[in-house]
Write a protein of this length. Structure first.
Length: 122
């Protein structure tokens, strides 16, 4: 029995597919490829993060404008403006607003780049 199996396996005949097999498989692959829709960007999952970043940036802007407004009401606004701006920058550094802004811009840039590369309109 083992000799028969060795004899069958040692034959060097090429196994060829039946006629039309390759063409039918490729036709099925092309049909399936045409039927697939592109994967949409998950805006539903990204919007809460973008909204939180926008609220953070707007609140920082409001606090900064309020600080500048308080400095402008002082008798000598030019003398008080620089310390107030330094205070705003110090507060922004304390809450790592630079990292938040950088992350927001990088995220936005990657979304725009991926949409452009995928052929979707931004």
């Amino acid at each position: 029995m083992r000799d028969e199996l060795d004899g069958i396996l040692s034959e060097e005949e090429a196994i060829l597919p039946s006629s039309g097999f390759t063409a039918s498989v490729m036709a099925a692959v092309r049909l399936e490829d045409a039927a697939l829709a592109p994967i949409p960007f998950p805006w539903r999952h990204a919007l809460p993060g973008l909204a939180a970043a926008a609220v953070t940036l707007v609140s920082l802007l409001i606090v900064g404008v309020a600080q500048v407004g308080r400095a402008a009401t002082v008798a000598s606004p030019s003398a008080e403006l620089l310390p107030q701006l330094a205070h705003i920058l110090e507060a922004a550094t304390r809450v790592r607003a630079d990292c938040v802004v950088l992350a927001l811009f990088l995220s936005f840039g990657s979304v725009v780049l991926s949409l452009r590369l995928s052929g979707a309109r931004a």
